[in-house]
Design a protein around this ligand. Sequence first.
Ligand code: 16G
Length: 205
Amino acid sequence: MSEDPSKNDYSCSNPNILFDDKLLRSLDYSKSPCYTKHGLSYSNPGTKDGRTLTARPLERGDISKGYLPLLSQLTKVGDYGCEVFEAQFDRMRAMPGSHYILVLEDPGCVNGMKSGRVVASASLIVECKFVHGAAMRGRIEDVVVDSDFRGMHLGTFLLETLSMCSQALNCYKLTLDCKEAMSSYYLKVGFCNEGQCFLTQRFFD
Ligand code: 16G
């Protein structure tokens, strides 16, 4: 039997925050290539034009910080507003332990006013299994970095951070599916091809 998952309770009492950032604060980056090669860690996930980005869990207010336009750089998002976003946010919060959406915020200024913008994001989804000693399994989803912020190793930082989270959450494995053109990137950041197939039934676009 794997460790009791209930000991890893990262649900957040603040209804505006998806999960407790103590999970992120507990990570040890000392052996992580994003830190050893690029100096990136939770406290310094990247710097642009002298501004240090902030790594944090997704928040209810992120719809007004460009989270959906960011996701639209990955795939179709659809036309919906705050109400739908917040209902989905609440649905995720109502399943504690399952959704860990990590974002990077640029604290940039627009017309001299401080105005944060979400510039990168990746999600870790955790499933309970009856196999592997009733272990957990992690999936990486929706990895996206704003086109103005590419080439800064932010995607690698997000993936390594969520990989460490998945280990802290007792996942026995972590998987992702991606477009063929992206597979060489994921192979470079710690994923391997075990010969599994990823197949789809698509019900609407
Ligand atoms: C990529 C994403 C997946 C996302 C999908 C969207 C990663 C690792 N993979 O495969 O999470 O949901 O694209 O494409 O980020 P779709 O709109 O065709 O489902």
